[in-house]
Design a protein around this ligand. Structure first.
Ligand code: 3PG
Length: 214
């Protein structure tokens, strides 16, 4: 793992964020995450204005590790990096995007769930993969089964992670960090429930800490 991946792994949980109103919500959300001990975000390009959200969060909290998610094109990678993104997450394994990030020395977590994906990721020298959509693709059981032939990878599962299954995932040595939107849902954000977001972050960090200590 590189330095950035180690820092992400140390935090242990990555909130996956879709912000429809970055000017209204990005700073308050960044404040809430940092207050909850989760100075990290994957800001998805599922919403227009993702780059604005990245910029606002990065300016408000330079200590935060902010990445871009649901990245589909090299143009979005450029946009994200210009806004201050430190890492790129893609839903699937697009080798053009992997090569583009590697040419810029930028950390990319491509979504991988099959042995074929892992083979390709191995060829590109990747070490940490997004495992997406985690629960729907077989969950922790599949992640563990995949690590038998591919012990060189750590994964960042997202998709269906919640407070209920976080401990199970976090306890596995194959897991670099867990991603999810459960602590940053549209309901929480649209209704400005910042304290609740902070509480969910605190709970999540505690769960990961305890699971790893076992
Ligand atoms: C992602 O893009 O990583 C997922 O959509 C997050 O999945 P979740 O909403 O089930 O946490």
């Amino acid at each position: 793992m590189n330095e950035l991946q180690k820092k992400i792994s140390d935090i242990g949980v990555v909130p996956v964020i879709k912000l429809n109103h970055p000017q209204r919500d990005a700073k308050a959300l960044a404040d809430a995450l940092c207050a909850g001990g989760m100075p990290i975000a994957e800001v998805t390009f599922r919403a227009a204005g993702a780059a604005d959200a990245i910029r606002i969060m990065a300016e408000a909290h330079p200590e935060m590790i902010i990445g871009a998610g649901t990245v589909m094109t090299t143009a979005q990678i450029d946009e994200a990096l210009a806004a201050g993104a430190k890492f790129i997450v893609t839903p699937g394994l697009d080798t053009e995007l992997v090569e583009y990030c590697q040419s810029k020395d930028v950390t990319i977590f491509p979504g991988c769930t099959t042995p074929t994906d892992y083979h390709t990721a191995f060829r590109y020298g990747l070490e940490v993969l997004k495992f997406f959509p985690a629960e729907q693709s077989g969950g922790l059981a599949k992640i563990k089964a995949m690590s038998a032939p591919f012990p060189m990878f750590k994964v960042m599962p997202t998709g269906g992670i919640s407070l209920k299954n976080l401990a199970d995932y976090a306890a596995s040595p194959v897991i670099a960090a867990c991603g999810g939107s459960y602590m940053v849902t549209a309901d929480l954000i649209d209704n400005g429930k910042w304290d609740e977001i902070t509480d969910l972050c605190i709970k999540s960090i505690e769960i990961v800490k305890n699971a790893r200590a076992k």
